[in-house]
Design a protein around this ligand. Structure first.
Ligand code: DAH
Length: 344
């Protein structure tokens, strides 16, 4: 320390130390002002120069200037250091932090149920066919023995696209399309299922949505009877709903089957004892089925005197509602992740 600056020594020391411990540009600027600012001690030392004896004045001025320059350099360096430290902190990568959780996608419960159902029937030797979602009235109604002006058409409120063209109201037209194509030559000539989307002009509520999924099944051959139907549907019910499941057939009407039936399964909530879910009956109706109507066979040039068949159709949402006890079918379409995540 040049002797003339000795009286500033403690101030200089203090500013240096404070500048070293300043952590932000703002803190540093405040320290810098104490030395170099308008009211800083260097400024007042410079303005006090006139009181210094003239023979010392020059040396003192030089020392002050040197100090000022040195301080300026020093603060520049400190600013750069603070800057670098801030950058390093911003870029800091903590390899010990737990990683971000990756959300795995999964099948929608309806898609999963459909695959499950398809697998069960495929394992029993059924082939899978699909048909168009926009369908001719001919296939959706006429060839299924639902003629125009027949009251049975009112059972399904239909979206009409063009004259003769509808959004299919069920997957049953696929049976007709498949039967139309086959040539009757072997004993069992058709053993098929057809999953897919169907559409009805229904007001959405707990059991209706304007678009939903169905699965259709059909077996045609020589000597096929209702016993074949019963066995296969029983097997399906046990594999889909659980091994204790029993089934019940009751007469029902569908224009394309005769006799027609409705299949119910034992309520899995109460095991058939009767509860709120099955409305105290112990049974839950899950599908329509029956022996293919002779007229439907004739419509596709299959001789009903030689061949017979049975068919079934059900709503996949309904099946999933029963299996998972989902109170409202609309939940399958709302895509609320909190709901969907429950099915893995
Ligand atoms: N297609 C009928 C519906 O949508 C369900 C159905 C009932 C299909 C009986 C069939 C059947 O194949 O035999 O309500």
């Amino acid at each position: 320390m040049p002797p003339l600056l000795e009286e500033l020594a403690s101030l200089i020391e203090e500013v240096r130390n404070d500048a070293k411990s300043a952590a932000t540009p703002n803190e540093l600027a405040q320290v810098k002002a104490r030395a170099l600012g308008g009211k800083g001690f260097l400024k007042s030392a410079l303005s006090g120069i006139k009181d210094v004896p003239s023979e010392e004045r020059k040396a003192y001025g030089q020392q002050l200037n040197a100090l000022k320059n040195e301080f300026e350099e020093f603060f520049k360096r400190r600013a750069a250091e603070i800057d670098a430290a801030a950058k390093a902190e911003a870029e800091f990568f903590d390899s010990g932090l737990p990683g971000m959780r990756v959300q795995m996608g999964r099948l929608h419960p309806i898609r999963a149920a459909m695959r499950n159902i398809v697998d069960i029937f495929v394992s029993m030797g059924f082939d899978v066919f699909t048909g168009p979602e926009m369908e001719y009235e001919k296939y959706n109604f006429d060839l299924l023995n639902i003629p125009e002006y027949h009251p049975a058409r009112d059972d399904m409120d239909t979206f009409y696209i063009l004259p003769g063209l509808v959004l299919r109201t069920h997957t049953s037209p696929v049976q007709v399309r498949v039967m139309e194509k086959i040539k009757a030559r072997e004993d069992v000539i058709v053993q098929m299922i057809s999953p897919g989307r169907v559409f009805r002009r229904d007001r959405p509520d707990a059991t209706h949505t304007p678009c939903f999924h169905q699965l259709e099944g059909l077996q045609v051959g020589r000597g096929i009877s209702m016993a074949n139907m019963r066995w296969i549907l029983d097997e399906f019910a046990r594999r889909f709903f659980g091994p204790e499941t029993r089934t019940r057939l009751r007469p029902d009407y569908f224009p394309f089957v005769e006799p027609g039936a409705e299949l119910a399964v034992t309520c899995s909530m109460c095991e058939g004892k009767g509860c709120r879910v099955c409305k105290e009956t112990g049974w839950i109706e899950v599908m329509g089925c029956g022996m293919v109507h002779p007229q439907v066979l004739r419509n596709v040039n299959i001789d009903p005197d030689e061949y017979s068949g049975w068919a079934f159709g059900f709503g996949v949402e309904r099946m999933a509602q029963v299996l998972y006890q989902v109170p409202d079918a609309r939940m399958f379409f709302e895509n609320d992740m909190r709901f969907l995540r429950q099915f893995s």
